[in-house]
Design a protein around this ligand. Structure first.
Ligand SMILES: *Cc1c(COP(=O)(O)O)cnc(C)c1O
Length: 450
C-alpha cells in the first residue's frame, strides 16, 4: 500500500511540470508537498514544519492562514467570485484602486490591473510605447533596462530582462533593448562610487545621443532582486530619475519585489523620493494570497489615451481575470492589516535585528558580501574571499545551502551563489532569531563542512 504522500509524489512526477525546475533532478528527489500553513510556517504532508524564509518566493506579508484575510475572501466569495472589468466594474476593484492611488508615490492616480508581475510589466511597456505613439512622437519605440535585470517571464518582460541564463535562449524572438550597467559594487573594480558613476554616465551618454528613440527606462528600484539581491548605492535611483526627466524618457519602476514594505518603506521609490511615470506592483499586494498585480500610471499618461473613440487611442489590453474581486478584496484586507499593525514602521527594527544577527557571518571564509535592504537579504558565497573568486555554478553551492536549510527547518531558494533571506514582514524577533540561526548554520555547514 502506498501512502498518500507517495501517491501524490508519483502523480507530481507523472503530471506536473514545475516552474524554474530541472525535472530530471526533481524526479529523482522526494518532492516537498506542502499541505498547510500557519503563521510564518508551512507544513508538509508528513507534518514537518518549515519557516517560510523566502515568503513563498517573496510574496507573503502577514504569514499563512490569517483569519482576517481568509474572512475577506469568504465574505467576497458569498457575493461573487469573479466578474469582468472590461467595460464594467466591481466593488473591491474600485475600492482597491482608490487605496493604491493614495499609497503610491504622488502622481500615480490610475490603476490598471492584471494577474502577475510579468503581465503588469507587459502593460507598463505597452502603455509607455503607446503613450508616445498617441502623442504623435512616433520615434520613441525602444527601452532601456539594466544589466542582470529581471522583470518576469513573458516575452515583453523577457525583452527587458538581462539575466543570460534565463533570457539568452529567447533572444532571437525578443525586441532589442538598450542595457546599461547595474551598480553592483561588490563586483565593480573601484567599488561603489565608481559603479555608481559608470551607471549614471552610461545612462547620460545613451540619452544624449538616442533619447528620441527611447520610450522608457525600466528599473527595479533600490534593490535588484533576481540578480542576487543587489542594492543600489545611495542616490542612484534619484539621479537616474532626474536624467530620464531631463531627456523626456519615461521611468517605469518595477516594484513587484520591493513593494509593500519589503525595503522598509511602502515602496522603495519613496526611499529616494522618486515618483515614476509608471509603477508595477504584484507579489505582496494581496499579502501573497491571490494573483493580483497592477500597473499604475500618471494622469499625464492616462490622458494621452483619453480621446474620442474614433481617434483609436484606446488601450487595447486586458486579461480574463483583470480586477478579480476575490483578489482585490484580500488586497484591501491585507493593506488594512498592514496599517492596523504598523507593519512598515516595524520593518526597521526587525531589519536592524537581522543585520546584527548576520554580522556574525562577516568573518566566515566563504561569505563574500552580505546585502540587505529592509527584510530583503542576499548573502553572496565565494570560493575565495580575498580575490572574490566565485564558486563555479556547477558546484551549486546555493542549492546545497538551501537544501541544508530545509533539513534544519527553513525554506528558501537561492539565486546562483547567493543565499536569499526574505521572511514575511509579520515575522517576530523570536522567529527572525531562529531563522537567521538556520541561515547561518546552513551556510557554514555547506561552505566549511568539507
Ligand atoms: C517576481 C518579479 C516579477 C514577476 O512577477 P510574477 O508575478 O512572477 O510574474 C517581475 N519583476 C520583479 C522585480 C520580480 O521580482
Amino acid at each position: 500500500m502506498q501512502t498518500d504522500y507517495e501517491r501524490l509524489a508519483n502523480l507530481n512526477k507523472d503530471y506536473l511540470w514545475n516552474p524554474f525546475t530541472q525535472m530530471k533532478d526533481y524526479i529523482t528527489s522526494d518532492p516537498l508537498i506542502i499541505e498547510r500553513g500557519e503563521g510564518i510556517k508551512l507544513y508538509d504532508m508528513q507534518g514537518r514544519a518549515y519557516y517560510d524564509g523566502f515568503s513563498s518566493v517573496w510574496l507573503n506579508v502577514h504569514g499563512h492562514n490569517v483569519p482576517e484575510l481568509n474572512q475577506a475572501i469568504t465574505d467576497q466569495l458569498s457575493q461573487v467570485a469573479h466578474s469582468t472589468l472590461l467595460g464594467m466594474a466591481n466593488r473591491p476593484a474600485i475600492e482597491l484602486a482608490e487605496k493604491l492611488a493614495k499609497i503610491t508615490p504622488r502622481g500615480l492616480n490610475k490603476v490598471f490591473y492584471s494577474d502577475s508581475g510579468a503581465t503588469g510589466v507587459e502593460i507598463a511597456i505597452k502603455m509607455a510605447f503607446q503613450y508616445w505613439q498617441n502623442k504623435g512622437v512616433k520615434s520613441k519605440t525602444t527601452f532601456i533596462t539594466m544589466n542582470q535585470a529581471y522583470h518576469g517571464d513573458t516575452i515583453g518582460a523577457v525583452s527587458v530582462g538581462a539575466i543570460p541564463l534565463y533570457h539568452d535562449i529567447f533572444r532571437p524572438m525578443l525586441f532589442p533593448s538598450h542595457v546599461i550597467p547595474y551598480p553592483y559594487a561588490y563586483r565593480h573594480e573601484g567599488g561603489e562610487k565608481s559603479a555608481l558613476d559608470a551607471t549614471l554616465t552610461a545612462l547620460r551618454d545613451l540619452l544624449e545621443t538616442r533619447a528620441e528613440e527611447i520610450a522608457a527606462l525600466i528599473v527595479e528600484p533600490i534593490v535588484q532582486g533576481a540578480s542576487g539581491i543587489v542594492t543600489m548605492p545611495l542616490n542612484c535611483l534619484r539621479e537616474m530619475a532626474a536624467i530620464c526627466r531631463k531627456y523626456d524618457v519615461l521611468l517605469i519602476a518595477d516594484e513587484v519585489a520591493t513593494g509593500f514594505g519589503r525595503t522598509g518603506a511602502m515602496f522603495a521609490c519613496e526611499l529616494e523620493d522618486v515618483s515614476p511615470d509608471l509603477m508595477v506592483i504584484g507579489k505582496g499586494l494581496t499579502g501573497g494570497y491571490l494573483p493580483v498585480a497592477a500597473t499604475l500610471a500618471t494622469d499625464e499618461i492616462y490622458h494621452a489615451f483619453y480621446a474620442d473613440y474614433e481617434e483609436q487611442k484606446t488601450f487595447f489590453h486586458g486579461h480574463s481575470f483583470t480586477g478579480n474581486p476575490l483578489g482585490c478584496a484580500v488586497a484591501l484586507a491585507s493593506l488594512k492589516l498592514m496599517e492596523e499593525r504598523n507593519m512598515i514602521e516595524g520593518v526597521e527594527a526587525k531589519a536592524a535585528f537581522v543585520e546584527q544577527k548576520l554580522s556574525n557571518l562577516k568573518d566566515r571564509p566563504h561569505v563574500g558580501d552580505i546585502r540587505q535592504k529592509g527584510l530583503m537579504v542576499g548573502i553572496e558565497l565565494v570560493r575565495n574571499k580575498d580575490s572574490r573568486e566565485p564558486y563555479e555554478w556547477i558546484e551549486r553551492v546555493g542549492v546545497r545551502a538551501t537544501q541544508r536549510a530545509r533539513e534544519l527547518g527553513m525554506l528558501t531558494r537561492p539565486l546562483g551563489n547567493v543565499m536569499v533571506f526574505i521572511p514575511p514582514l509579520a515575522s517576530t524577533e523570536t522567529e527572525l532569531d531562529a531563522m537567521t540561526d538556520i541561515l547561518a548554520k546552513s551556510i557554514i555547514d555547506v561552505t566549511e563542512g568539507g
